[in-house]
Write a protein that binds this ligand. Structure first.
Ligand code: ARG
Length: 399
């Protein structure tokens, strides 16, 4: 095979090695594409690296704005967490990366797209399904799936090809990051009983003292964060600031065993301070302004949507429909949430909104409320009829 292939390049070991391998195995010209989703990394240096290794072209695509608007905002609105814990940072960026790869491939006249995912992970699914949805005519090349090779062997191969590497035996982690979070795998973490070594934490490195705490206020407008401590600032900035500030308290560490799509359980560590805080704050604001039926129904859809994102089904009609529902639900999700940050923890301490459905005169236990207790008695009478009947017929206690 010859021609051009567009490679999703990160600058890391696996994708660097892939440039060489694709040239050797397929005799194709590699265009290395770096997609900027807000990862704190020197992409220019990585771009240069790709060219040094032998890519014919290397491009940096600034996708930060799109990542924020089209992926992070919907996640906040949907309180998106896979298996109730993982805010999906890696999973959310994949469809955007795929979209950009396909766009560049079409522009460059390439008919193939390559990624550095292994055969055991979720990311290969997200890449493959995304590419096949957007460009069913493309060939997909996944060197690490075709070529079963250990990490040690990869390092050896890299050395043989003269590729400089910064993975040492001491730091064997596989890391992925973007504005929404940092995902860490491998090394000592592969034993779920092992406490994560402190050196894996970068975003949540604790620089505060354990007795320190502070209050912050986050303002939302129609489900989107728009202010921090009463100052209107761009949402991307709010996320960055929260990552730094909450991170310095050690807030936002997630340690979990999760179910991958391909059936393997894996132990994962995430650092997502801003995502943790914004989703909890947003959820608490919804509790104040949305009615019970909508909240309860939305919970169900949120879980479904998190699963779709995790399973690589972003480009699907169901995901679009879910987003439309969730958007509609956000009309009144405007207000302010007060949060206390403390050592490795945060607590929502207050909430207010012009659209609050909280009625103190109904809720209070003080005298002078406007709630008529007789109504409760009548309501419960009717509500409980079916069960009273079952009780009378002796069908509640297993008869
Ligand atoms: N388990 C997560 C997911 O499937 C994160 C994968 C992260 N990849 C990595 N290279 N650490 O979304």
């Amino acid at each position: 095979m010859s021609g051009k292939v567009v490679l999703a390049y990160s600058g890391g070991l696996d994708t660097s090695v892939s440039i060489n391998w694709i040239k050797e195995k397929y005799n194709m010209e590699v265009i290395a594409v770096l997609i900027d989703c807000g990862q704190p990394k020197d992409l220019k240096e990585a771009r240069k690296r790709a060219l040094d290794i032998g890519a014919i072209k290397s491009v940096i695509v600034d996708a930060k704005e799109e990542f924020l608007n089209d992926f992070i905002f919907p996640s906040i609105k949907a309180n998106l967490k896979y298996e109730k814990k993982y805010p999906l940072a890696t999973a959310l960026a994949r469809p955007l990366i795929v979209k950009k790869l396909v766009e560049i491939a079409r522009k460059e006249g390439a008919k193939a797209v390559a990624h550095g995912c292994t055969a055991k992970g979720n990311d290969q699914v997200r890449f493959d399904v995304g590419i096949r949805s957007l460009a069913p005519d493309f060939k997909i090349i996944a060197p690490f799936r075709e070529w079963s090779i250990s990490r040690e062997e990869t390092i050896k191969y890299a050395k043989k090809c003269g590729i400089k590497i910064n993975v040492t035996k001491k730091s064997p982690y596989s890391i992925d990051e973007n504005l929404w979070g940092r995902s860490i795998e491998c090394g000592a973490l592969e034993d779920p009983w092992n406490e994560p070594p402190d050196d894996i934490y970068i975003w949540t490195k604790i620089t505060k003292n354990s007795y320190e705490s502070e209050y912050i206020e986050i303002g939302f407008q129609e489900g989107i964060p728009v202010s921090l401590n009463n100052e209107n600032i761009p949402p991307a900035m709010i996320i960055k600031k929260l990552n730094e500030l909450a991170g310095s308290y050690g807030i936002g560490r997630i340690d979990m065993v999760e179910n991958r799509l391909i059936g393997i359980k894996s132990r994962e560590i995430y650092e997502s301070p801003a995502a943790e805080i914004l989703i909890e704050a947003h959820r608490q604001l919804e509790s104040l302004v949305l009615d019970r039926e909508l909240i309860h129904y939305k919970y169900l859809l949120e879980e479904k949507m998190a699963e779709l994102v995790y399973f690589g089904l972003w480009f699907t009609p169901l995901r679009k429909c879910l987003c439309a529902f969730i958007d509609e639900s956000q009309k009144y999700v405007t207000g302010i949430i007060k949060i206390k940050l403390e050592y490795k923890n945060f607590i929502v301490e207050g909430r207010k909104s012009d659209y609050s459905l909280y009625d103190k005169e109904l809720a209070t236990y003080d005298r002078g409320d406007k709630f008529d207790p007789k109504n409760s008695e009548s309501f419960i009478k009717i509500w409980g009829y079916p069960y009273e009947l079952l009780g009378r017929r002796g069908r509640i206690n297993g008869k």
